[in-house]
Ligand binder design. Sequence first.
Ligand SMILES: [Zn+2]
Length: 513
Amino acid sequence: MARIAVGGFQHETNTFAPQRATWADFERADAWPGFVRGSGLIDAVDGFNIPIAGAVKTLQELGHELVPLCWCSAPPSSYVERDAYEKVAGAILDDLAAGGRLDGIYLDLHGAMVAEHHEDGEGELLRRVRALVGDRIPIVTSLDYHTNLTPEMVRLASAMVGYRTYPHIDMAATGSRAAQLLDRLLKDRRPLYKAYRQIDFLIPLVWQCTMAEPAKGIFALIDEIEQGSQRGAIPSGSHNQGIVSITHTPGFPPADIAQCGPALVVYGLDRDAAEAAADRIAGAIREREAGFAGKLYTPDEAVIEAMRIAERATRPVLLADIQDNPGAGGTSDTVGLLRALIAHRATGAVIGMIVDPEAADMATMAGEGALLDCGIGAKIGYAGETPVEAQWRIMRLGDGRFTGTGPMFGGAKFQIGPMALLTDEASGVSAVLAAKRIQAVDQEMFRHVGVEPAEVPILALKSTVHFRAHFQPIAEAVLCVNSPGAHVSDPTELPYRHLRPGIRLRPMGPARS
Ligand SMILES: [Zn+2]
């Protein structure tokens, strides 16, 4: 039995987004728990599909004693404010210092955090932890798929284990894999060789989905190399022998930092085997570069095409509002797609979530059946938009407290209210309002205000890829729409200043000079 400290600090930073992450954003619960510290952590994370929940469960099953630090996350946004970063990092460092003799550390990190004063948020945190505990203690972290994996992170952590799915349906499972690897390091007492590669082109989120090629095939190859090695199925002398763990992170493009972009790390017992596997995977990604592409619709094109398909379909046509994804720093209140639905009179169409706390409060005060006395959306004012004025009838209200049922957020206890379902009486288009920024990833968000997603002809979702886990199985078709939003899909449109020279801004795209 070992004494293992467990904690986490998660933020995905879109440095181009309009809102920064404050301490209050980390403190409060949304779909995941709010800031928790000390003995309450274990119960607070139990049952959530998040890495620390899987790690805690596995470490306990393996018989280890846990020393809880703190855990928190904030919705993706621009820079983490200095004060918030220092409060959380300070709590982790203080609790490690007070934790007594430790044998290992597990940290649940996102991997794409940029603080106001440190562009590599995780690298800086790991640097401080290493400075405190020294090199003797293994530190293993889990990582999001959208990690910008920096050389410092790889150097400072004993090992890192990333998600393999986007939509992320393996978050708790990844925490469990990280826990197993930490357990192995404690037993073997043998350091792992690390082979690290960076890929020299950014991949837009919309083409990173593992339900489709090329990402699907790349992760199948990674599974094959790792499992082949672990089963001993690879003949001795083969380059795949001795591979312990592989993490490939396709990256989070809207982060203006030097080490932005896809990367991978292979951990192995044997240097040559790890280097060869890293070369093989990096080669597979580079060979498939042109495949990271697909069709994007303008809002008008998308609504016209969706109405054409919906005429003969019995299942919903999904419109993914990929740039206003609050899960990537979007405000979830832009209205380009909503305006197109109304202009084309897409009767029966529903869009969600329009995050507008002011309108949600006014709807709650006015009551079901009343007309709403204000426009909705565009309160942040991204891209110069203005709120949508219409004959908004308040159809249904909700307090925004419900439990998720989808593959990603099943068991998550949402607290995103007040919420309201509004229908424009002129066009028959409906909008679901929420008070807190949350990506449209779970069907319960609609059921909570009386909408059965499968029965809607056209369903517009503020999401880039995650919606696919719960919504694609009920859909007739999925159209990806380029409407205004702070998660700018094409990196060539972003005013980067800090990317490293030579990296190309998108697959097959121009090099950064
Ligand atoms: Zn992610």
